[in-house]
Design a protein around this ligand. Structure first.
Ligand SMILES: [Zn+2]
Length: 537
């Protein structure tokens, strides 16, 4: 997602105790009833899962006295418990935001069994499903699940590493349109001015990108890209501007299908919403903030960012949020690559330079590494996950060259599509594709809470016709970094020399036929560093 709105900092997210690893959810089926009289929702969940370990099972669902969900019925059933027999697990508890059913007491339940939980519940969601009015004063319902806020409104295993297929059968007043993941299965008008809408997603998703949006929408079919229908869902008051702005998704989608591989889902809907983020990369149904439309196509990078996430974040997902850069660094950098393709390399340089300034300042003030298992989840929406992650990819591209870099990106996606990865998994793919040992690279850039600070001095020797260069590393940890220096002569000719700085202090001799009038560090914007260049007279 793109962090854009300050309000995200007021959302409290707990890091611990929100998932369990003894189950593997296969499928979520949610029947949800919405109304216009109040903000209560009624839900019926059917959760099919495999028991990986024979221990008590629970599902996450936030409930408390004032707001939150109240469970009215919960049971777990296996195929071999026939109907009519008393099922184990008719009793349930809903405490500490977990629904538990003590069914594993039954000796019939074995490790590896596929079981089905049924949970009925109701209440006003305290978060996760935002029921409010949009900027035009119209009532809307939008899910906003990242990172583990789904269990405010749907019972689930709220963990990015447990992916499952999902379907929503929504009953709502008939004036609303309903958008969700996957494909539309049914839309039927019911009695009492109600409408039933059924969406089903056949590709397993992490809960963070499960989506439901219910509002009065204007809907525009933009066209197909490689048989993927692209549509825009905007508030009717923004119909003209919104259709114009969101239609850019088609061009962006085409570039990334070409760059990364086939689009993972069966449709791409771009939805104006009430997400607390600038954009939220829900699978096949991206939610953008309601202010993302102005009829001037000024959010091209936002669209590109969220569309990249469909591959990286949604389909190939970080195993845990400590490795969030595998989502956000990819979305940041590949959206820059889209802008580079469209506007030229100067655009990329400009973006990387701006990102570099932010990263240097952020790491100086926080002393945090990119791979961060300590910070609270919302605090991970920071310059490290996004911009330093992007810079890591940029430096890998410079190290490998464009062709091998692209090959490694495609290979990483192909290897982890549908599953989860950690930083070391990406390292292995890049090492395999390049044939290089990248352990020092990954350690210094992703696990070290610093960036290099280089003091560069030079002195021209008129007799030997050489520049004597000395480069000192001033930060605590020692880095191994290639740095390019650009030597410009009085005639305006620039010679670029690449130097490998692999110790605290390193000296180089660069042959130059005449004394340069200027020496510039990193003229092609290839290195994440800060530093000074001084002539010794
Ligand atoms: Zn993002």
């Amino acid at each position: 997602m793109k962090r854009a709105l300050l309000s995200i900092f007021f959302v409290v997210v707990c890091l611990a105790g929100y998932s369990q690893s003894n189950i593997d959810v296969l499928h979520y089926k949610y029947e949800i009833e919405l109304n216009d009289k109040n903000d209560s929702i009624y839900g019926r969940a059917e959760i099919e899962f495999v028991l990986k370990e024979r221990s008590d099972v629970y599902f996450d669902l936030i409930g408390n006295a004032k707001k939150g969900m109240q469970v009215t019925y919960a049971t777990v059933r296996a195929k071999y418990w026939p109907f009519g027999m008393q099922e184990p697990g008719h009793y349930f508890e809903h405490t500490d935001n977990k629904i538990s059913t003590p069914f594993t007491i039954s000796s019939q339940v074995k490790k590896g069994d596929t079981l089905t939980a049924r949970i009925n519940y109701k209440g006003i969601p305290s978060d996760g499903l935002i029921i409010s009015k949009n900027k035009f004063g119209q009532r809307t319902f939008f899910s906003d699940n990242w990172p583990n806020r789904a269990h405010n409104w749907i019972p689930c295993n709220d963990d990015p590493a447990d992916k499952a297929t999902v379907e929503f059968i929504v009953t709502a007043p008939s004036h609303y349109q309903v958008i969700s993941n996957g494909l539309l299965v049914e839309e039927t008008n019911l009695a009492d001015n109600k409408k039933l809408t059924h969406w089903k997603e056949d590709v397993p998703l992490p809960t963070k990108v499960i989506a439901l949006g219910v509002a009065d929408f204007a809907v525009n079919y933009v066209g197909d890209v490689n048989c993927i229908p692209v549509s825009s869902w905007v508030f009717p008051e923004d119909r003209k501007d919104g259709f114009y702005d969101y239609a850019q998704a088609k061009e962006i989608l085409a570039l990334f299908i070409n760059y990364i591989g086939p689009f993972p889902y069966k449709k791409l809907a771009n939805v104006q919403s009430k997400t607390i983020f600038g954009g939220m990369e829900n699978a096949g149904a991206i939610f953008y903030s309601e202010n993302s439309i102005n009829g001037k196509r000024q959010e091209e990078d936002l669209l590109a960012h969220e569309i990249v996430h469909q591959w990286f974040g949604d389909m190939a997902t970080e195993k845990s949020y400590a490795h969030l850069w595998l989502s956000e660094g990819f979305a940041t950098y590949l959206s820059h690559v889209f802008l580079e393709e469209k506007y030229g390399v100067a655009k990329l340089d400009e973006l990387m330079q701006a990102d570099r300034e932010d990263v240097i300042a952020f790491v100086k003030s926080t002393h945090k590494p990119v791979v961060d298992s300590v910070s609270q989840l919302m605090q991970l929406l920071n310059a490290n996950s996004y911009k330093k992650g992007g810079w890591v990819l940029h430096m890998l591209r410079r190290e490998l060259g464009d062709s091998l870099f692209k090959k490694a990106i495609r290979q990483y996606y192909a290897s982890y599509a549908g599953s989860n990865a950690e930083t070391k998994d990406l390292q292995k793919v890049f090492e395999k594709v390049s044939g290089k040992d990248l352990s020092a690279f990954f350690k210094q850039w992703l696990f070290t809470p610093e960036n290099p600070t280089l003091a560069i001095t030079w002195k021209y020797d008129e007799i030997k016709k050489v520049a004597n260069i000395e480069i000192k590393q001033l930060q605590k940890a020692e880095f191994q970094v290639p740095i390019e220096l650009g030597f410009t002569s009085a005639k305006g000719k620039t010679i670029i020399q690449k130097l490998m700085v692999d110790s605290r202090m390193k000296s180089f001799t660069v042959p130059l036929t005449e004394k340069p009038v200027s020496v510039i560090a990193d003229p092609k914007t290839s290195l994440l560093f800060e530093g000074t260049v001084k002539e010794i007279k």
